[in-house]
Design a binder for this molecule. Sequence first.
Ligand SMILES: [Fe+2]
Ligand SMILES: [Fe+2]
Length: 295
Amino acid sequence: MHGKVASMYHGPLKLFQLSDIHFGLEDTRALAWAKACIAREKPDAVVITGDLTMRARYSEFDAASAWIKALGVPVTVEVGNHDIPYFNLYQRFFAPYKRFRAIEQMVESELDLPGLAIVPLRTTTRAQYQRFPWSNGWVTDKALAECLAAIDAHPEGTRILVAAHHPLTERRERDGKLLTINGTRTMEALAGRKVIGVLSGHIHDPFDLTAETPAGPLRMIGAGTLSRRIRSTPPSFNEIVIDGGGLHVTARNLEHVATQDMQIRDVPENALPPRDPDEPVSPVGTVPRADPPVN
Ligand SMILES: [Fe+2]
Ligand SMILES: [Fe+2]
């Protein structure tokens, strides 16, 4: 979905990247604080990078839709692996997005702001013949082609942010385990188009890393969670300011932990709290002693 085409630089922009709210297991206090920040600061846009719900239940979507519709700022919502029907397999395969109906115009929608376009990239799939379970990402050829076509529709020089649910890292650093299928090729294609950043969720810890690709560097920005399903950091969201000097990320949280102490230095497999000594953990290290509930 396209609005007006972004053009020249028009002054600083402030975005809030919220992720993994997981309505059904949301952190009520953190979510009320995020909502108050949005009401007070009126960011130019809110980017929600997926996992809006816990189990894609109708009641969870109702709560999520009401919350999002009341924000009063432009919003784009990416689809996470928790947002397509889990119990109803017929719907999962034949109408996976039906439950987004109340906010469907925001789902995977492009946002065009003065001098900046936020372009969606779908990484969540209904099934994966390559493996089971299907919770990790896959950038299909079709999803990549759609994203690149949306980028290429803008005049050269337009600043582009890409919004996805899964980080694009294809292999886990420590043992080469497969994470996002087709991620490496996607990163190279985005770097070649001078995308200024890829926003993602799924991990529940924030990060701000630069990946080197054959086509040049690519900034990879992950947001934490606003749910009770925390991994190694307290609930947070990213404030992203884009000005003449570049793109600045702050991992805002109610515990007043500094951004550099919130951010992890490597992309783990998923949002489960680390259990092995060599798994990447933020210095703040508030790893829960027991895994948080999944229902
Ligand atoms: Fe999540
Ligand atoms: Fe996820």
